[in-house]
Design a protein around this ligand. Structure first.
Ligand SMILES: [Cu+2]
Length: 118
């Protein structure tokens, strides 16, 4: 028969393992999100061309002091609200194709998302 302390030890080990799995999943998700991130810095979108699979999330983050508005050139996604410093805007890539976009405050700022079949 198992001693109570042994059972406690097993229970403790199991909870640590479960916690580790959870942390790993969370980290993996964050990494994935980072991969599809477009940084707005120095009045440029970086990377200027991003390739993602249909259904993937794409997030812009504004690292400038000025506000920027992410706007689709051909209405493939909803326009972002004015993004202040460190504010993010996320869309889910829809049908495959090329999504051209620009900043409606500074129209010279342009970028492109290439959406591939999942
Ligand atoms: Cu702008």
């Amino acid at each position: 028969m198992l001693k109570l302390t042994t059972i406690k030890r097993i229970a403790w080990t199991l909870s640590v393992l479960i916690l580790l799995c959870f942390v790993q999943v969370t980290l993996a998700e964050e990494k994935n999100e980072e991969k599809n991130q477009i940084e707005i810095k120095g009045f440029h979108f970086t990377p200027q061309t991003l390739t993602v699979k249909s259904g993937a999330k794409v997030t812009w983050i504004n690292r400038d002091d000025d506000a920027h508005v992410v706007t689709s050139s051909d209405k493939k996604f909803e326009k972002s609200p004015p993004l202040d410093t460190d504010q993010k805007f996320t869309i889910t890539a829809g049908a495959p194709g090329t999504y051209n976009y620009f900043c409606s405050v500074h129209p010279k700022m342009t970028g492109k998302i290439i959406v591939e079949k999942p």
